[in-house]
Design a protein around this ligand. Structure first.
Ligand code: OFO
Length: 164
C-alpha cells in the first residue's frame, strides 16, 4: 500500500511524463513546419516514449493498491528560435525530469517504501539514457548554427530513429 504522500507524488510524475509527451509532440509539429521531417519523426517517437513512461507509473500505482488522478496539462510552447534552441530546450527538460525522479527516490527512501525505491530504479537508468540521447544532438546543432547542409545531415540521422 502506498502512503497518500507517495501516491500524490507518483500522480504528479504522471503529469510530468504526460507533459513531456505533449512538449515533444509540440516540437514534432514545429519541425514538421520547418520541413525537417527527420527531427519531426525523432520528436514524435520521443512523445510516444513519454506516454509509455506515464503508463508505467499508472500501472504501478494500481499494482500498489493506489488511485490514479490525472491532472491538467499546461499548453506547451509551440515555436523555438531554431532547431538548436528546440533541442536545447528538450535537454533542459530532461534534466528537470531527472531531478523529479531523484526527488521521488529520496521521498520513497525517506518513507522506507522499498518497493517504490526499487520500481524507480528503472526511471533512474532511463533518465541517464534520455539525457545521453538528446545531448549529442543538441551539442551538434549548436555547433552548426544555421548551416543548411549540417542541418539536413542531422535531420537525416535523427530520421533514422526507429523505436520510441
Ligand atoms: Fe520520461 O523521460 Fe523524458 O521526460
Amino acid at each position: 500500500m502506498l502512503t497518500d504522500t507517495m501516491e500524490a507524488a507518483l500522480n504528479e510524475q504522471i503529469r510530468e511524463e504526460m507533459y513531456s509527451s505533449y512538449l515533444y509532440l509540440a516540437m514534432s509539429a514545429f519541425f514538421e513546419g520547418l520541413d525537417l521531417r527527420g527531427m519531426a519523426k525523432w520528436m514524435r517517437l520521443q512523445a510516444q516514449e513519454e506516454f509509455g513512461h506515464a503508463m508505467k507509473l499508472f500501472d504501478y500505482i494500481f499494482e500498489r493498491g493506489g488511485a490514479v488522478t490525472l491532472k491538467a496539462l499546461a499548453e506547451p510552447q509551440a515555436t523555438w528560435a531554431s532547431p538548436a534552441a528546440a533541442f536545447a530546450a528538450a535537454l533542459a527538460h530532461e534534466r528537470h525530469i531527472t531531478a523529479c525522479i531523484h526527488r521521488l527516490v529520496e521521498q520513497a527512501a525517506a518513507e522506507r517504501d522499498h518497493g517504490t525505491v526499487n520500481f524507480l530504479q528503472w526511471f533512474v537508468k532511463e533518465q541517464v539514457e534520455e539525457e545521453a540521447s538528446v545531448e549529442p544532438i543538441a551539442r551538434r546543432l549548436e555547433k552548426i548554427g544555421d548551416h543548411m547542409m549540417g542541418l539536413l545531415l542531422i535531420d537525416r540521422e535523427t530520421g533514422g530513429r526507429t523505436e520510441d
